[in-house]
Design a protein around this ligand. Structure first.
Ligand code: SF4
Length: 283
């Protein structure tokens, strides 16, 4: 049976102030080595119990998967072994500021065939206010290095409704990202999540309100369409034939297994979630 596999990598160089995804700062722990073993144990548990699983998509999300060494990805994919389809779409999220050409090359050799680069904006002041660890130029270099390393399927993230953003800077971000030649764009609206530093900072007074954000979203949809990106669900756009197969599983209610703290699964007709606690996965 075809199944998606999501692996959560719960480490970040530092926490972005708007982010509610489960991750811990790298400096807070030395767990990345033992985390590899825990992920492998969990995959083996599924494949020994359900030997007919075929993973036709694999998605390494986070957190910051690109913080990990390529040996993490090769060991995980080797573990999936005979349960991994030779045609599998294997995506990894990449945070600019954590990779260079050599590292991207090693990810490609490890079996990753699609990368999703967290560019977010072409405006360095917007990136600064988001607490990102990179400039637009550095993010653009990562995309270029990705193509040089042999990736032929690259996605970029674009954030809408951020502090300081206006119609002009948004159109510039869309055009700058499209100009890099990426095949896919994921475009999400900033949401102020309770409990994040953003929610305590009063920044909601400084970002576009709901109506302005809605107008910006529609502007992004139009500009992406002009650049040849077809909208195939609310937040995702691609050149024809480059829709994310893993993403479409969520929309088509197909099954997937999530591994790692905070990961969600839809498997065996049930939906369930791993607790947001890194220490529990080591038990
Ligand atoms: S790098 Fe990504 S997962 Fe990590 S804190 Fe920033 S937005 Fe969240």
């Amino acid at each position: 049976m075809n199944t998606g596999l999501y692996i959560h990598v719960p480490f970040c160089v530092r926490k972005c102030p708007y982010c509610d995804f489960y991750s811990v700062s790298v400096s807070e722990n030395g767990l990345s080595g033992s985390y590899t073993e825990a992920v492998i144990r969990n995959i083996n548990r599924y494949t020994s119990e359900y030997s007919d699983i075929i993973f036709d998509t694999v998605y390494f999300g986070g957190g910051t998967p690109s913080f990990m060494d390529s040996s993490f990805f090769s060991r995980v994919l080797e573990t999936a072994g005979r349960n991994l389809s030779p045609e599998a779409e294997i995506t990894m999220e990449v945070n600019p500021g954590t990779v260079n050409f050599e590292k991207l090359n090693s990810f490609r050799s490890a079996g990753i065939n699609r990368i999703s680069v967290g560019i977010q904006s072409a405006s360095d002041s917007e990136l600064y206010d988001l607490g990102r660890i990179h400039t637009f130029r550095e993010a653009a270099e990562v995309v270029n290095d990705g193509f040089r390393a042999g990736f032929t399927n690259i996605s970029a993230d674009l954030m809408i409704g951020v502090k300081g953003q206006n119609s002009e800077s948004l159109v510039n971000s869309v055009n700058s990202i499209a100009g890099l030649g990426v095949q896919h764009v994921s475009s999400y609206m900033l949401k102020i999540e309770p409990g994040t530093p953003y929610s305590r900072s009063g920044i909601s007074e400084l970002i576009p309100d709901d109506d302005e954000s809605a107008d910006m979203y529609l502007l992004a949809v139009r500009t992406l369409a002009e650049r040849g990106y077809v909208q195939y669900e609310i937040s995702n756009f691609s050149r024809p034939g480059f829709e994310s197969r893993h993403n479409l599983k969520y929309w088509h209610c197909e099954e997937y297994i999530g591994i790692g703290p905070s990961a969600h699964s839809f498997f065996g007709g049930r939906r369930f979630e791993v607790p947001r606690n890194l220490s529990l996965i080591h038990i």
